[in-house]
Design a protein around this ligand. Structure first.
Ligand code: DGJ
Length: 711
């Protein structure tokens, strides 16, 4: 660590500036997290420090402003402190003094690291701030205990917001309807979202956003926070009567879950901070950061056929062989056998934990199917739920002590299942060995990794202590060990759909499953809001059945397909029973996707701010030379025809040809505005400002529009 001991440092990347005060040996305090401030001299940085210091009247509560990234009660911060804990009733309000500062501005990211100690509390703290090349900010802290055993109750970080942040937006949801936005004014007090089920959950906030009143996708400054962690957690927006606003987050530790022995340390997950003018700019910081990772999937995302909605538990080798053959004819590149293949698993009441192929259903094992799949030019994927167990299983009968138990038995079953405590080395090894053996033997290229029960009673059987933190770490470790043992293995994070979507699990996985809902009327928004975090290539998006298996709504193939065309495409249908005409149409969509995916999986995701009945969203190539948009009508408004389409994200100076991309069905005559009858070329500026008339689509219909630069 270099130690220039600066008073104020300036981190600048990709249009974002973060100005951090380090004066008076205090913990780092962010004075500005916003638009780039340009090159600032030391004197100007000092002036910013002076200019942003509040009046200290006769009240101590103004002192902590701007608040440090680890706020402290001992310096009069009356919001939630960053560190809570105790050493037998002492050291409960630490006050840290910085001892070393390291600032490295030479790499892709600008990195600030501050070491601090509190001798009286016998604690040491390290705070790391990184401004990534994409402009994404992230922060984490490490607390080291230098005294006797210290019970750490919470270590949370806070990212300060400017006083323009007046509205809050975050997400909630439930099974098959994940990521529903909720929005309200930013009150004095705390808006707190807790995940206590051992995963972010179907109701996860995902990204907690604060912004200027009326912000949308294209405008209004916004700041968002996300915790890169797949276990229990808290994300909150807090506003004090003294005027300070922060977004804060950290792991939610259960009672006595983290007791640090002398010399032991606890490190927080990364708290990510994304910002920009509008939600598209905020999401772009995350997308660009993810896409720059060395491990980001860069090969064309293979089109998947997944067996779940085709056969559910009704496994039959001949039928699945036929399904594989039809999948290859369709142009699929990966064939995934979902739940139902292992010992005695005829429904969801039994067998989780028994990860051996069921000899009754598969007398010759899965090898013939896996080999045939490869012969057909596809790779082979298999479903597992490694952290779960049915009480009706060989595993639970042999090792009942490996089932989590909160002190009152294993707790109520959920989907007839319980949670396997991977904190037992034997349980961890057994599951890892079984999966790893199958991956090697069957040449598995892809694991769909499911997680269908909340960890509500996660007591470790020998000492009764909570084991959610360890379980989360062990799940990560198992993914890591599997990928190390089987280079190239891809993993999808699924948890009853989108219950485990976060940047922590993404360090070990290549794809998330946003939802079990494939009904395009709902899926369109599930993907939209999952997109605050995940770029399209990381979102599994499948064409489901005509009648949705989760909503019973009926949707046309063009609407279903156009809605999921954007992501890592898949098909969930029994192709052995699909009529030839539908099969040909499905194939046309798969072909269209394969042609478009280089654009869709590298471009910028954009959304127009439309009336609630409509959606206009798309992907614009990184060099703005082409774009694809979907315009959809989700409800019938009283005012008709629809408002003009104003295309976001284009280069205002370029001229674009606008064409309908009719894969299997064109907009019917009578719904086509006059421009659709002839060649239409307009500058990007006119397309964004003047707009073009929208087709008068029926409800639950959409149209794809392709824009290409005409030079
Ligand atoms: C829940 C998942 O979300 C589904 O996609 C499917 O894999 C089932 N589990 C299988 O049991």
């Amino acid at each position: 660590m270099t130690d220039p001991t600066p008073d104020v440092v300036h981190l600048r990347r990709a249009g974002t500036s973060v100005v951090v005060s380090l004066t008076d040996a205090r913990l780092p305090r962010i004075l500005h997290w916003g638009n780039d401030l340009g090159d600032l001299s030391g004197a100007e940085l000092a002036a910013i420090q002076r200019a942003t210091s509040p009046t200290i009247g006769d009240s101590a509560v103004t002192y902590p402003q701007p608040v440090p990234v680890v706020p402290q009660l001992a310096e009069s911060w009356l919001g939630r402190p960053g560190v809570t804990g105790s050493r037998e009733g002492r050291a409960w309000a630490p006050l840290f003094a910085a001892t070393a500062i390291g600032f490295d501005d030479t790499g892709d990211a600008a990195v600030l690291e501050v070491d601090a100690t509190d001798a009286a509390s016998e604690l040491a703290l390290t705070v790391e701030l990184r401004l990534e090349a994409s402009g994404l900010l992230r922060a984490r802290a490490t607390l080291r205990n230098d005294g006797g055993p210290y019970r750490l109750d919470a270590l949370e970080l806070a990212l300060p917001l400017p006083d323009r942040a007046e509205e809050l937006l975050d997400l909630t949801g439930r099974w098959a309807l994940e990521r529903v936005p909720q929005r309200h004014p930013f009150p004095v007090g705390a808006w707190v979202r807790e995940s206590r089920g051992g995963k972010p959950g179907l109701e996860a906030p995902t990204m907690l956003v604060a912004g200027e009143t009326g912000f949308g996708f294209r405008g209004g400054d916004v700041w968002g926070a996300h915790l890169g962690w797949s276990g229990n957690q808290v994300l909150a927006a807090e506003r004090t009567p003294a005027g300070t606003r922060v977004l804060r987050g950290g792991e939610l530790l259960l009672a006595d879950e983290t007791v640090l022995g002398t010399g032991e340390a606890y490190r927080t997950p990364w708290l990510y901070g994304a910002r920009g003018a509008g939600l598209d700019a905020l999401a772009a910081q995350v997308h660009r950061h993810l896409r720059a990772r060395p491990g980001h999937p860069r090969t064309a995302r293979p089109v998947i056929v997944n067996t779940w909605e085709a056969v559910y538990f009704d496994h039959d080798p001949d039928r699945l062989l036929r399904l594989a053959e039809r999948s290859a004819e369709l142009g699929a590149e990966r064939f995934v056998v979902d739940d139902g293949w292992f010992l005695g698993r005829r429904d969801d009441h039994t067998s989780l934990g028994d990860w051996t192929v069921d000899p009754e259903v598969w007398p010759e094992g899965l090898e013939p199917l896996a080999d045939r799949v490869r012969e057909l030019g596809m790779d082979f994927g298999l479903w597992f739920e490694p952290e779960m167990v049915n009480l009706d299983s060989e595993l639970a009968r042999a090792h009942p002590e490996w089932v989590f138990d909160g002190g009152h038995g294993p707790g109520p079953a959920s989907r007839h299942q319980h949670v396997l405590d991977l904190g037992h080395d034997g349980a961890y090894r057994l599951v890892l060995d079984r999966i790893s053996t199958l991956v090697g033997r069957l040449g598995i290229a892809y694991i769909k990794w499911d997680h269908n029960r909340y960890l509500t009673d996660a007591g470790h059987s020998t000492d009764g202590r909570p084991g959610v933190h360890r379980q989360t770490e062990r799940a990560y470790r198992m993914m890591r060990e599997l990928r190390e043992a089987h280079p190239g293995l891809e993993i999808e994070s699924c948890a009853s759909g989108g219950g485990r979507i976060d940047l922590g699990v993404l360090e070990h996985t290549d794809r998330v499953w946003p939802s079990d809902c494939n009904d395009p009327s709902e899926r369109i928004d599930i993907q939209r809001w999952t997109g605050l975090l995940m770029p399209p290539e990381l979102q599994g998006t499948h064409i489901g059945a005509e009648t949705s298996h989760t909503t019973r709504r009926v949707a046309t193939l063009p609407f279903r397909a156009a809605t999921v065309l954007w992501g890592h495409l898949g098909v969930e249908a029994d192709l052995t029973r699909t009529d030839e005409r539908t099969f040909a149409e499905l194939k046309a969509w798969v072909d269209a996707h394969r042609g478009l995916r280089p654009l869709l999986h590298t471009g910028d995701v954009v959304h127009a701010d439309t009336a609630p009945e409509f959606r206009l969203e798309g992907v614009v190539a990184a060099d703005a030379s082409e774009a694809l948009y979907q315009f959809a009508v989700l409800a019938r408004p009283a005012v008709w025809p629809p408002p003009r389409l104003r295309f976001p994200g284009l280069d205002p100076e370029r001229r674009y040809r606008v064409e309908e991309l009719a894969v299997t069905e064109a907009v019917p005559a009578g719904q086509r505005p006059p421009w659709m009858a002839a060649d239409l070329v307009l500058p990007g500026r006119a397309l964004a400002e003047t707009g073009i008339e929208a087709p008068s689509l029926d409800v639950d219909r959409s149209v794809l529009l392709r824009l290409s630069d005409v030079g």
